[in-house]
Write a protein that binds this ligand. Structure first.
Ligand SMILES: [Cu+2]
Length: 131
């Protein structure tokens, strides 16, 4: 065997060892990669938001108790347009909503009972209680 081919063999063997070593390190790193799943703490929203639904020309609920300044979602389920409008002008007003329309109103920031009505149908009445 010539010294040249001997050297070539040694170099070849070294390359193989290095490649194998690299491969082993890589595969070891892979297998030791922590596979702990990220904690999936899904907290279901338990709090139901205050809401008023208008259906069959009625408020549901007709009397709603909320906290000061609480947001209230108003949804109209009738084809006829309805609103949640404070009897005392300017306190709150969802404005007239079409079918399946939703609007958020904000409860007054002072304690009290606030009667409201539907602008196009003033006979539909409800009461908002802020406590
Ligand atoms: Cu109405």
């Amino acid at each position: 065997m010539s010294s040249l081919s001997k050297n070539a063999l040694i170099v070849g063997a070294l390359v193989v060892v290095l490649l194998l070593g690299g491969f082993l390190i890589l595969s070891q790193n892979k297998s030791t990669t922590p596979t702990t799943p990220t904690a999936t703490q899904q907290q279901e929203p338990v709090l139901t938001k205050a809401s008023i639904e208008i259906k069959d020309f009625k408020y549901s609920p007709a009397t709603l108790t909320v906290k000061k300044g609480e947001k209230i979602t108003v949804t109209n389920k009738d084809v006829a347009g309805h609103s949640v409008t404070s009897d005392e002008e300017g306190l709150f007003d969802s404005e007239v909503l079409g079918k399946d329309e939703t609007r958020e109103i904000t409860a007054p920031s002072e304690l009290g009972e606030y009667p409201f009505h539907c602008t196009p149908h003033p006979q539909i009445k409800g009461t908002l209680i802020v406590e």
